[in-house]
Each structure stands twice: as structure tokens, then as C-alpha cells.
Ligand binder design. Structure first.
Ligand SMILES: [Zn+2]
Length: 493
């Protein structure tokens, strides 16, 4: 079998060797066992179902939510002489009829189908007349509320399993925590799946995060960075459509070929920007999260988040677009307590469902903990995906360890103000004082503030003295209390 796999690899994909885990996953699928594979973006997961599809007897059904991505894969395989088709809602009735006829005639090797289509009665009725060899479920984290892109129709995929119990299932995802993996297994009714979990560690990426509450200063810092990396392709993720446009315009003023990209732009314009970025006539994309799905540009040298992201999974996936060629990539993130409040307000509007809102809140907390943490960024990111590593020496925290932030000596007021700036808007006064005194509280642990350089900065001082100082600074307006139910200590803007 190994020989057959190797030959198929060389013949259709023109590679000599596999990337980590690929061969084991393929062998397991070819043997007919269910598989759950977690592979980092750019780890080559599509090969893991395409290659078995070429070896198995019958048709492979690939359920994938990304129509744009499907198109690329369909074209690439068709050029290799493989009969690949898609079924999705953008097709005309006649086109769908033709594809369904060819399915029944056994002419199709791989069928890409959108989840909406895959879960219809009509689709399983058509499949009943076909020889199906494998179901491959891509972006499988969409099945879980704990994933960052929950799609309810994914939950219906299990009916395909019930209707075709003898056909193996292979589920793939680029990001999955323990909880999401359990959801995938139970919701897809996977039978004793072989689990493959690839490493998420991308050693060539350097992570850094900066607290910057002032929007103008933040923009200036981003522009300086981009100007210093003029010839490098980069992606800058912004919070809103308006901010993508503003930033792109400011970059163009300093002669950097930057374009905005967001869901509000007409499709031809979006295609033009994508094309321009791929062929390097556009250097920098200022985008909302709408950009990047299914785009494979190997030489992106940096990904900047001009605004704090809402969860670690999205952040990890977005930064994963840098350095796919294995050469160094920079991942810079700007954040503030204000960013966090903005997202919190957005979540309240977005989620009427209490449970979902709670999950989103918890994820936001984890993201903020990542931003403010005083320990290795890579370690934190990977621990989120249950992977343990040693401190990396390739992030701002590891790099700055020698020049660790110098906590202002002298008056306690100075130290309080500097400390308050660090944890702006997230702690109440008593929590803040405990933080300065280095006392572990549930909240400081949850937000991982116990690893922050300011944690314990006032060790040895009296609580009363700090309380007096904070009250005085509040009276003088040098600090504020904000919030309706719980009043948090804030820095005046
Ligand atoms: Zn590090």
C-alpha cells in the first residue's frame, strides 16, 4: 500500500516526500478507519483526503464551507486529469442536474459539496444510488460551539453517517482544542477515530504584542513598521471597514501600495485586490477578517493586528498566513482595554443566546490574557491548543527578558499610575491593589496577570497605604472608575 501511496503522490501531486503526519493519515483512511486530523494552516491537509480519493474504489465526498477554496482545488485536480465536481448553491439548476447525473453514472472521483447542500434530503437520495468511498469533512471545528466559526448545519452531517454507516469519515481542522475535538467526534458520530494532532508550532514566526490605547499613535507605529518593510508583502487586520480604508489611504500617502479589503466591496474589486496581492502589484492589504480564507501566498512577511482580535483561534489562524515559505515572519498585535470593551459590546449585540455569549466572553478573556501576559507568547498560544513547549526565544517577551520592564521606583503614586496603565479597565480597585501586592486571586489567575511584570510590584507595602494613594489619584482625576455594575479602575483617555 505504501508503494501505491508514494506513486500516487508523485504522479498527481508532483512531490517526493510527505509533510509530518500526512502519510500516516492517508494510510489510515485507505484502510477504512475513521480519522480526526488536526493540522496547522499550511500543513497540507487537503492532500490527506485527495490522495486516498484517487486510490479508493468509489467517490469521495468533501464537505467544505469555502467555495472559493473549492474552486482552486477543483481546478488544480482537474488539470491533473482527475474528475472533480462541486455542488453548491451558486450553481444553476441545470448544472446541478448534470453533476447529479454524472454522480449516478460513477464518473466523478471527488465531489466538493457545501455543508448546506450536503445535509439536504435530495443529496442523500442521490448518494443512495452511488458508490461512496469516503466522506471528508473539512473545517470540522465548525461543528462545535467552542470552535470559532460555529455553523449549525454541520450538526446535520451526522445523518449522512447514519444513512451510510459503512462509509468511513475523515474530519479535518486547522484549529481545535480538546473540547472541540470531543465535539467533532461525538457530533459526527466518529467510530473510534484515529486522532492525528500536528504541531502548531511555527518556529519561523515571531510574535509580539503592544499595549497602545491611543488610536493615532497606534496608526503611526503601524505606518512606521510598514515603511521600514517597504518591499515585503504584508496583511494588516483592522476592526472595521472604515478603518481598513483609512489605513490604506494613509499608507498610500507614504508611497506604499496598500489596498483595503472587506466584505462591503463589490466582488470584482475584491478579486482584483486578491490578484494584485498574489502577483505583488499590491504590497499591503488592510483587511477585515473577510480576507485570507483560502488564499495561499507563501511569502507574506508580516501580519499586523491593528486591533485586538476576539479569540485566540482566529488570531492564530490569521497570523498563520505569514511565513508559509518557512522564512521569518512577524506577527504584531496592538491592543488596549478599550479594544476589549469594544468587542465586549459587540458580543452583547451579536449573541442573544446566553450560552454562546458566555463562551465568546470566555474566549475574549483568554485573548486579553495573551495580550497582557508577561510570559512567552508562543508558549501561551500553543498551550491554548494543548501543546507544551519550552520558552521560545522568538517572541517579544522572551527577547525582552534581559531588558525586563523597569518598574518606576520612588513614590508609590508613580508605580500605581504605571501599573494602572498596564491593566487599564479590567480590575476593580481592591483587585488592582491585590495585583500590585502580588496576591493571587481567581481573576488574576484567569487573566494570567500573575505572570505580568507588575504583579507584585508593591510587595512589602501596606494595603492601606496603596488604598490611600489610589483614592487620592481618583480625586485628582489621574485615575477613573468606569462601568455600571462593577466599577473598574481606568486610565483617563
Ligand atoms: Zn517566547
Amino acid at each position: 500500500m505504501t508503494k501505491g501511496i508514494q506513486q500516487t503522490l508523485e504522479r498527481y501531486f508532483h512531490h517526493q516526500t510527505f509533510r509530518p503526519n500526512q502519510q500516516e493519515i492517508i494510510e489510515t483512511i485507505v484502510c477504512g478507519r475513521d480519522v480526526l486530523a488536526v493540522m496547522a494552516t499550511g500543513g497540507g491537509k487537503s492532500l490527506c483526503y485527495q490522495l486516498p480519493a484517487l486510490m479508493l474504489d468509489g467517490m469521495t465526498i468533501v464537505i467544505s464551507p469555502l467555495i472559493a477554496l473549492m474552486k482552486d482545488q477543483v481546478d488544480a485536480l482537474s488539470n491533473q486529469g482527475v474528475t472533480v465536481e462541486t455542488l453548491n448553491s451558486l450553481q444553476t439548476y441545470d448544472e446541478r442536474q448534470r453533476v447529479e447525473r454524472e454522480m449516478r453514472e460513477g464518473k466523478i472521483r471527488i465531489l466538493y459539496v457545501s455543508p448546506e447542500r450536503a445535509v439536504t434530503q435530495a443529496f442523500s437520495a442521490t448518494l443512495a444510488g452511488c458508490k461512496v468511498a469516503l466522506f471528508a469533512v473539512d473545517e470540522a471545528h465548525c461543528i462545535s460551539m467552542w470552535g470559532h466559526q460555529f455553523r449549525p448545519e454541520y450538526r446535520e452531517i451526522k445523518h449522512l453517517r447514519e444513512r451510510f454507516p459503512g462509509v468511513p469519515f475523515a474530519a479535518f481542522t486547522a484549529t481545535a482544542t480538546q473540547r472541540v475535538r470531543e465535539d467533532i467526534t461525538s457530533e459526527l458520530r466518529l467510530k473510534d477515530p484515529a486522532e492525528f494532532i500536528g504541531s502548531f508550532d511555527r518556529r519561523n514566526l515571531r510574535y509580539a504584542a503592544f499595549s497602545e490605547p491611543n488610536a493615532q499613535v497606534r496608526m503611526q507605529k503601524i505606518i512606521s513598521f510598514v515603511a521600514a518593510h517597504k518591499d515585503d508583502p504584508g496583511i494588516i487586520y483592522c476592526f472595521s471597514r472604515a478603518s481598513t480604508e483609512e489605513l490604506a489611504e494613509r499608507l498610500r500617502k507614504v508611497h506604499i501600495m496598500a489596498n483595503p479589503y472587506h466584505a462591503g466591496l463589490p466582488t470584482p474589486e475584491r478579486s482584483r485586490v486578491q490578484e494584485g496581492f498574489l502577483n505583488n502589484s499590491i504590497r499591503v492589504i488592510c483587511a477585515t477578517v473577510a480576507f485570507g480564507m483560502g488564499i495561499d501566498k507563501p511569502d507574506v512577511r508580516y501580519v499586523i493586528h491593528a486591533h485586538m482580535p476576539k479569540d485566540i483561534e482566529s488570531y492564530y489562524q490569521e497570523t498563520g498566513r505569514a511565513g508559509r515559505d518557512g522564512k521569518p515572519g512577524e506577527c504584531l498585535l496592538f491592543y488596549s482595554a478599550g479594544d476589549r470593551r469594544k468587542i465586549e459590546n459587540m458580543l452583547v449585540r451579536e449573541f442573544a443566546d446566553k450560552k454562546k455569549a458566555e463562551i465568546a466572553r470566555e474566549k475574549l478573556d483568554q485573548m486579553y490574557a495573551y495580550c497582557t501576559a508577561g510570559s512567552c507568547r508562543r508558549q501561551l498560544l500553543l498551550s491554548y491548543f494543548d501543546e507544551e513547549i519550552k520558552a521560545c526565544e522568538n517572541c517579544d517577551v522572551c527577547g525582552d527578558r534581559q531588558v525586563k520592564k523597569i518598574i518606576p521606583a520612588g513614590s508609590p503614586a508613580k508605580m500605581i499610575l504605571a501599573g494602572a496603565k498596564e491593566v487599564d479597565g479590567i480590575l476593580t480597585t481592591p483587585e488592582f491593589i491585590s495585583f500590585l501586592l502580588g496576591l493571587e486571586r481567581a481573576k488574576t489567575v484567569r487573566l494570567q496577570l500573575n505572570t505580568h511584570p507588575y504583579f507584585g510590584a508593591a510587595k512589602g507595602r501596606e494595603r492601606e497605604e496603596l488604598e490611600r494613594e489610589v483614592s487620592r489619584l481618583l480625586r485628582e482625576g489621574k485615575l477613573l472608575l468606569e462601568g455600571t455594575t462593577v466599577r473598574k479602575l481606568c486610565f483617563p483617555k
